[in-house]
Design a protein around this ligand. Structure first.
Ligand code: NOJ
Length: 511
């Protein structure tokens, strides 16, 4: 079937699917690509994280993070022994990687700081590692000198192992430790960095680390650990935000947020039960963190369900901790932009409530969230390419939290076998179709989306997955001494998009 859109003739592919359109939404998959230019001041770039790109896990005074600890103590958690000890060795390739950013002509680069490179045992009282301070100073200075705006994440999953001996995020003593660290970062880099995020994907830090697994330290207390961790993390964020307001905002004029992620939860049918289940999924997965930082407290549905399920177990208090009135005040309005990472979409159907005596986050939520077999797969089992989910997600964020402060897409990407360099029809196409939906969100739905950061510039360490499946637009030869970087096809396309603001050959300006 051929359709005409905005002067372009493009083929329209409806994916063949087994179920009915109503239950698999196959009709929403489209190859249509917008020909309207993105806004001129749009932020285009890449995102990365310290553990995934740096290597140098114990060089120049760096202390161990939870991941470094597990690479030694639980090596079988890492596929083929592939861990972040060396990885793509970004530590020794700063200039090489900045050259790649320049080649790509991006205006923004998101990096994270390894807490233990700055404070080796996590605590200010343990001493500051000057070589770590210098390492990031050099990167930030070079980015600025090349007109690339740094977006800095303070902690991307790699909390200090030393703090884990006290329970890590399960112990509120991590809050003052984080505040010292955040303050030091603002004192040191705050004049050069305008865009900050305190934490990356708290759901993964807390759920993966302390509840259901798949992220270090895997100190698991199902149905309890994620809520305690989330509570401490949110309080740490809000108190850091307050410190910034009181001490740094006036002179540094930066913006602060938290990178949140959501697999879009789409009701499988339009039945009220499925609609309610999908909304509950969004509120548990994203609202858990977004609600407190926008409205000052957890979503009602979380308080109600977890409270009720705790009472039915004869617990005296809810497994979901409560904020004090003062904490609610601190949390409310504690982000300056909405940072969202989007990858894929699930369908949701309602299900019977799970028994209360098996405590887990999933049971508290009790929905059936899945991907139909006929949706396009990738090498990652959790990721199917669902471009239309991006637009739905942006609409929901705007409708639920507002978009006045701007919605910043701080990650999106495509996983594949890293040796495949001809990736235009896979990775390139995926960025194109997601970006087209984002473009529709901007122009058709009038949503204030301010930027897009591709994950990732180079192949890196996908946590326990090593580099068996990677997201990079540049291949890294992990066997070579220099960890040689080689462009994949998608670099050409992304560079063109970044330089022209246009997803197709010719664009029209927005009206
Ligand atoms: C989100 C995480 O922030 C990042 O560390 C990870 O590599 C990507 N998703 C891809 O899985």
């Amino acid at each position: 079937m051929t359709i005409i859109k905005g002067g372009l003739i493009l083929s329209f592919i409806c994916l063949i699917h087994r179920g009915t359109a109503q239950t698999t939404l196959g009709h929403l998959f489209s190859e249509e690509v917008s020909n309207i230019s993105f806004p001129k001041n749009f932020k285009w770039g890449y995102a990365s994280a310290a553990y995934q790109v740096e290597g140098a896990w114990n060089l120049d005074g760096k202390g161990p993070s939870v991941w470094d600890y597990d690479a030694r103590n639980n090596p079988d958690w890492f596929i083929n022994g592939q861990n972040g000890d060396v990885g793509p060795d970004g530590y020794h390739n700063v200039d090489v990687d900045i050259e790649l950013l320049l080649r790509q002509k991006v205006n923004t680069y998101r990096l994270s700081i390894a807490w233990t490179r700055i404070l080796p045992n996590g605590l200010l009282s343990g001493g500051i590692n000057q070589k770590g301070i210098d390492f990031y100073k050099n990167i930030i200075t070079k980015l600025r000198a090349n007109n690339i705006e740094p977006v800095v994440t303070m902690m991307h999953w790699d909390q200090p192992r030393a703090l884990e001996d006290n329970g890590g995020f399960l112990n509120e003593s991590i809050i003052p430790a984080f505040l010292d660290y955040a303050t030091l970062l603002w004192e040191t880099y705050g004049d050069d960095v305008q865009w900050w995020t305190t934490f990356n994907e708290p759901k993964q830090i807390c759920g993966g680390g302390y509840d259901w697994g798949w992220s270090s330290p895997q100190n698991l207390l199902p149905g309890i650990g994620s809520y305690i961790c989330g509570h401490n993390l949110l309080r740490a964020h809000a108190k850091a935000y307050k410190i910034y307001n009181e001490r740094f905002r006036e002179t540094q004029k930066g913006k602060i947020s938290v990178n949140l992620d959501l697999t879009w939860q789409e009701p499988a049918t339009n039945s009220p039960e499925d609609e309610e289940a999908a909304e509950r999924g969004r509120l548990f997965w994203l609202g858990w963190f977004a609600h407190p930082m926008v409205f000052g407290d957890y979503p009602e549905i979380m308080k109600q369900r977890i409270g009720d399920r705790s009472r039915r177990l004869n617990l005296t208090t809810s497994r979901l901790p409560e904020f004090t009135e003062e904490e609610k005040e601190e949390l409310k309005d504690s982000i300056d932009f909405f940072a969202i990472q989007m990858y894929t979409t699930n369908l949701v159907t309602a299900q019977e409530d799970a028994p209360v005596n098996e405590t887990s986050f999933d049971n508290d939520l009790s929905i059936n969230s899945y991907q139909p077999d006929d949706w396009p797969t990738t090498l990652s089992s959790w990721f199917r390419v669902v471009p239309w989910g991006a637009r739905r997600l942006l609409n929901w964020i705007r409708d639920t939290y507002g978009d006045e402060k701007g919605i910043f897409i701080t990650e999106n990407g495509y996983p594949d076998d890293q040796t495949i360099l001809e990736d235009m029809d896979t990775r390139g196409r995926c960025h194109k179709l997601y970006l087209s939906n984002i473009n529709d969100a901007i122009y058709k739905d009038k949503i204030n989306v301010i930027g897009y950061l591709a994950w990732s510039l180079i192949d890196d360490v996908e946590w326990y997955g090593g580099w068996v499946v990677t997201f990079g637009q540049y291949n890294v030869d992990f066997t070579s001494e220099n960890k040689t970087r080689t462009p994949k096809q998608s670099t050409e396309y992304y560079r063109k998009v970044v330089t022209t603001g246009c997803l197709v050959d010719d664009c029209v300006e927005p009206l």
